[in-house]
Design a protein around this ligand. Structure first.
Ligand code: ADP
Ligand code: MG
Length: 681
């Protein structure tokens, strides 16, 4: 089969449908094979209505006890029907689905599955799916893949197309030599692709996933291996001498450096002055104060007549760094510029010119820094902050901009050292393992829906004291394929109508225009917004020390690393801070996971505990967005596979390595895997 063949070659996909699929990143037959389900639906047992609780997705078997009622509210309609199963009654609500009425005959038992929410004193089930006994039984037997969809693309369309493409796949698609497959007990790629989309059973699905995760880590391990080859301590053309302004700068700081910061700075400084090229990872928990290390490095380079650049993953973070770098360093005669997507027109031209003519010493920005148009004069140090958000390729591209510059990558993802050595195999590692002494530990609580009003009251009390709060929702807007998750836009509306004018509430998400995002962040930083409802776009690096409350909706849906990063947005100043984890899911597993955060504020400890708690197979469903941007592999949950791939690569001949790399890359090309471009928020 031809993997590069366009999806329009698939029956039933015309130019119009193809455009819709393009939106999901699907252009070729190969792409659709790699469009893995984001989760699988398992239908649980039917429970009595008396046991139904708000927050859960429940399945009940009941019959209508009232006539369905259709209420019209402007353009919207709501269909209401009360059902009973003998143990209790519950109201069912459907929004804008008047046609459901025909499925609700009084006295006829049906099975309803939907999210249960609280409405004042009562609970109701929203948008329930209505199933017959037979349909329900069928759904309990097979795992139903759930895909990320977009308007006009249904699961059915994907399934039909996948069937057709899968039928063309032959065993020659497998790039892994048979002995490597056997040694690692891996199923064939052909089988893995079949099973990930159409699992016969839970066990076959676990095998399929294991194979695909292996591939992803394996190709990553191969690219790290290649980087390492080119990185044996090479001499550096950039001679760096000590400079007295560095000491001045340190003594002018409003705080003294922690021991950890001092130690790491010594390591970095020694690297820069060694005459060899620096390749260093600076890892440190959120709030450990990594930025100042970057500032010191940039200052030293600037004073030696070189340029330095700092690349960050979001526009918001770039602006924040630009502000703090220029405030801190301009008094030492260091010129700082900002280059991001929203720097446009004449301003952009000017910035580019200043970089080229070396009228700028420090260049801070987003991906814009690696575009072709940017020409540097003497780029001798390249820093990537929040490195886990970038792919290896992006990191490389910035390095390529200079002539073998020193490189430093900073990451706040605390990962156990055993894994860091594998993931950053090409780098020396420094760890900022201490928080500034003035910090009060954050107080945490894990709560359910019943606590909601208390939580809002608590937030309003903090606002009254002049503090600010973040509320995090997993979604931007109501989604077609998942109605269980809170979304930023309707949440903000509801919150505003609930608390009226007691606080200034605004929202922020990654899909807003850059200018809008900047504006909102400026307003929040200037304390003209009290409560910021946001997606995880604030997860990376944002520093507003006056914010003291972080409330996370659907907390059970986030990975622990993400939750820890989010929590890192508070507790950055002197005031006591509070983190509220709101979870509708009160299952033992969910509570156990959240409890790790409840009892510890130490990122490294959390990562270790997380690794202990999660075995293979546990990883379906939860995207570890705080971790490195792997596509399906999860560095903590799949740590065993990660170690396995690193061992495997160590034992391979150069020839086999090259063959595997080339053939593997061919299949896992565009948009896939850590080595490729990673989407930013
Ligand atoms: P991160 O490591 O998460 O990037 P930052 O560098 O943004 O952390 O630092 C977080 C906050 O702590 C900033 O407001 C910074 O000014 C402050 N800070 C950094 N180092 C110290 C220190 N040694 N003592 C007190 N505050 C510090
Ligand atoms: Mg930071």
């Amino acid at each position: 089969m031809v993997l590069e063949e366009s999806i329009t070659a698939i029956k039933g996909i015309g130019a119009k449908t193809a455009l819709l699929l393009n939106k999901l990143g699907i252009y070729t037959k190969g792409d659709i094979l790699k469009y893995f389900p984001r989760n699988y639906d398992k239908y649980d047992k039917i429970i009595p209505i008396s046991m139904v609780k708000s927050g859960m997705t429940a399945i009940i078997s009941a019959m209508p006890v009232s006539f369905p009622m259709l209420k019209q509210m402007g353009k919207k309609s709501i269909l209401i029907c009360e059902v009973s199963d003998g143990s209790g009654k519950i109201e069912l609500n459907w929004f804008n689905m008047p046609f459901m009425k025909s499925k609700l005959a009084k006295g006829v038992h049906m099975i309803y599955r939907g999210k249960v929410v609280r409405k004042g004193k009562f609970i109701s089930m929203v948008q329930p799916e209505v199933l017959t006994e037979v349909e329900y039984r069928r759904k309990t037997e097979v795992l139903q893949p759930i895909y990320h969809l977009t308007k006009g693309v249904t699961s059915n369309l994907l399934r039909k197309s996948l069937k057709e493409v899968l039928a063309e796949v032959t065993s020659s698609i497998d790039y892994l030599p048979k002995n490597i497959r056997d040694e690692n007990s891996l199923i064939s790629l052909k089988d893995a692709l079949q099973e990930i989309h159409f699992p016969k059973s839970y066990n076959t699905l676990v095998d399929a996933r294991r194979r695909l995760v292996f591939d992803e880590f394996f190709l990553f391990a191969l690219s790290i291996d290649r980087l390492k080859l080119g990185r044996e301590k090479t001499p550096s053309p950039y001679i760096v001498n000590d400079d007295s302004t560095v000491v001045d700068f340190i003594s002018s700081l409003p705080f003294s450096l922690t021991n950890a910061q001092q130690k790491v700075w010594e390591e970095v400084r020694a690297d820069l002055m060694s005459g060899k090229r620096m390749n260093r990872l600076v890892q440190g928990d959120v709030g450990s104060g990594k930025t100042v290390i970057a500032m010191l490095s940039c200052l030293l380079m600037a004073k030696n007549g070189y340029q330095a650049s700092v690349m960050v993953p979001t526009e918001v973070l770039a602006r924040q760094h630009y502000d703090s770098f220029s405030t801190a360093l301009e008094k030492y005669g260091v010129r700082v510029v900002l280059l991001t997507g929203s720097v446009k027109g004449r301003e952009r031209k000017e910035v580019l010119l200043r970089i080229e003519k070396h009228e700028a010493d420090i260049i801070i920005g987003t991906h814009a820094l690696i575009q072709e148009k940017v020409v540097y004069d003497k780029l001798a140090l390249v820093i990537t902050d929040e490195q886990h958000r970038f792919g290896v390729k992006q990191r490389e591209r910035l390095t390529d901009k200079g002539d073998e510059p020193h490189t430093m990558v900073m990451s706040a993802t605390p990962i156990p050292r055993t894994l860091a050595v594998i993931l950053y195999g090409d780098l020396d590692i420094s760890i900022v393992n201490e928080l500034p002494a003035d910090r009060q530990p954050i107080k945490n609580c894990v709560v359910d829906e019943d606590y909601r009003m208390t939580a809002y009251k608590f937030i309003l009390d903090e606002v009254k004291k002049g503090h600010q709060a973040y509320i995090i929702c997993p979604m931007i807007e109501k989604s077609e394929d998942n109605d269980e998750l809170s979304d930023v836009i309707s949440y903000t509306d509801e919150l505003i109508s609930l608390i009226s004018n007691k606080a200034r509430v605004r929202y922020l998400h990654g899909k807003m225009k850059n200018e809008e995002k900047n504006h909102i962040m400026d307003e929040f930083a200037a304390c003209r917004i009290d409560i910021l409802v946001s997606t995880t776009v604030v997860e990376v690096g944002v520093n507003v020390p006056n914010a003291t409350v972080m409330m996370i909706e659907n907390a059970d849906r986030f990975g622990l690393a993400s939750l820890h990063q989010l929590r890192g947005r508070i507790g950055r100043g002197g005031a006591q801070s509070y983190c509220i984890f709101m979870s509708g899911n009160t299952s033992k597993e969910a509570m156990e996971r959240l409890n790790i955060l409840n009892t510890s504020n130490d990122g490294f400890k959390i990562a270790e505990e997380d690794m202990k708690l999660r075995g293979p197979g546990d990883v379906f469903g939860i995207r570890q967005s705080g971790d490195m941007a792997f596509n399906i592999g999860d560095i903590i949950g799949d740590a065993d596979i990660l170690k396995l791939t690193s061992e495997t690569v160590k034992c391979m001949s150069d020839k086999t390595k090259n063959e595997c790399y080339d053939r593997g890359r061919k299949f896992y090309s565009r948009g896939y895997g850590y080595g490729e471009d990673v989407m930013t928020l």
